[in-house]
Design a protein around this ligand. Structure first.
Ligand code: 4NP
Length: 155
């Protein structure tokens, strides 16, 4: 079982989008039983809130539901419970480090580090453009899954 936690600032826009896109991707490839997938915030700003309508609308158009997801905060113990803690942007990585402490097992990465073009995921909070965010997240999730397959972690 590979345990993956996607992390952003508020856990209402980017990390829930990554959680549901990646879950949909592994389901469609018949790999769902090899994964535990979740998402969390570094801030307490949006705790308990549902997924932002920009993300739900984008995913709904793709046939993906975010029902039942409410923002939760990253906890120090999550470092032990997950194999991969994937931030959406560099600022998230600094905040993740503050919560979990050190990263001796090198579990913390940026999602797009698994793409051919490492960079921050476009932040829709500022751009209002959830299409661009989705394109970045799809690229990151595909790269991450291909990485896991190429290392033999997933088959
Ligand atoms: P997210 O988006 O981190 O992708 O969930 C944001 C949510 C809330 C805020 C910023 C970004 N905020 O400033 O409260």
């Amino acid at each position: 079982m590979i345990k993956v936690l996607f992390v952003c600032l508020g856990n209402i826009c980017r990390s829930p989008m990554a959680e549901f896109v990646f879950r949909d991707m592994v389901q469609k490839r018949g790999l769902a039983d090899q994964f535990h997938i979740a998402s969390a915030a570094t801030s307490s700003e949006e705790l308990g809130n549902p997924v932002h309508y920009g993300t739900t609308n984008k995913l709904k158009a793709l046939g993906i539901s975010t029902k039942g997801k409410y923002a939760v905060q990253l906890k120090k113990k999550d470092y032990q419970e997950y194999d991969y803690i994937l931030g959406m942007e560099y600022r998230n990585i600094r905040n993740i480090d503050r919560i979990v402490g050190s990263d001796p097992k090198r579990k913390v990465h940026m999602l797009l580090d698994f793409s051919g073009n490492p960079r921050d995921i476009a932040d829709p909070w500022y751009t209002g453009n959830f299409d661009r965010t989705y394109d970045d997240i799809l690229e990151g999730c595909e790269g991450f899954l291909n990485y896991l397959i190429s290392t033999g972690a997933v088959r």
